[in-house]
Design a protein around this ligand. Structure first.
Ligand code: ADE
Length: 251
């Protein structure tokens, strides 16, 4: 048997795709979460839903570490596109993670994690490269899984893979004004979510390699509250299962 890989999904729809690839598994209930053990491409896989927001995601990750001791951790979910050119349906693989709502100033510089001496945490380089490769492979055929009307409704004609900074906070960003403010403050941020940087911090504490891969569900603008649920309903469930299968086959 290969390594133990933890896969945290943000969405039930995404987790369903993964669990379908690992038949016969049994969940273990801890801290109100269901941890699913299974096997995929010769690896032991532990699949769990993160919960929404930084605290829920950090609790999930800490329980995973203590109970299952994974050797690597992958997060899959959706995110709001922040940078120009990061469109709905694109995939962002996080090379670094920052909590945009962390602010212990003036005691520490804005965004710095107190006690860590830095504001950004890096993805594991090998896992980043692997997920980029899996995303590049998957993006070629993912839109073909959708019917043409859905593809057109979401403009999913030539989706792209990006690697770069993901920012995280306990806020669903749903106005263009806030998105622009985040972009102005945190140059080079590609996408915003509510969990990745929290999971990155727990992985850092435990010394476990981490990387997050996020499909863009909305542009974190005034349309986000409409685009986000529509994307979850109609598109997201087709995305992560196969991409993860490709990733684990490459591991
Ligand atoms: N996840 C998906 N879209 C998001 C947004 N607009 N803000 C925060 N998290 C998100």
């Amino acid at each position: 048997m290969g390594q133990t890989i933890a896969i945290i999904s943000a969405l039930q729809q995404e987790q369903a795709g993964l669990l379908a690839l690992m038949p016969g598994q049994q969940p273990e209930r801890l801290a109100g979460r269901e941890f699913w053990r299974g096997q995929l491409h010769g690896h032991q896989v532990i699949a769990v839903l993160s919960g929404i927001g930084k605290v829920a995601a950090a609790t999930t990750t800490a329980v995973l570490m203590e109970r299952f001791q994974p050797q690597q951790l992958i997060f899959t979910g959706v995110a709001g596109g922040i940078a120009d050119g990061v469109a709905v349906g694109d995939i962002v693989v996080g090379s670094s993670y920052l909590q945009h709502d962390m602010d212990a100033s003036p005691l520490f510089p804005r965004h710095e994690l107190p006690g860590y001496g830095r504001s950004r945490l890096a993805a594991d380089p090998a896992l980043l490269a692997l997920l980029q490769q899996a995303a590049e492979q998957a993006i070629a055929w993912l839109p073909q899984q959708l019917d043409p009307a859905t593809r057109s409704a979401f403009g999913l004609h030539a989706p792209r893979v990006h690697a770069g900074k993901i920012i995280t906070g306990d806020r669903f960003v749903a106005t263009a004004a806030e998105s622009h403010a985040l972009r102005a403050e945190l140059a080079a941020a590609l996408a915003v979510d509510m969990e990745s940087a929290a999971v990155a911090q727990v992985c850092h504490d435990y010394g476990v390699p981490f990387c997050a891969v996020r499909t863009i569900s909305d542009r974190a603008d005034d349309q986000a509250h409409v685009d986000f649920p529509a994307f979850l309903q109609q598109v997201a469930r087709h995305y992560s299962g196969r991409m993860l299968e490709v990733a684990l086959s490459l591991l």
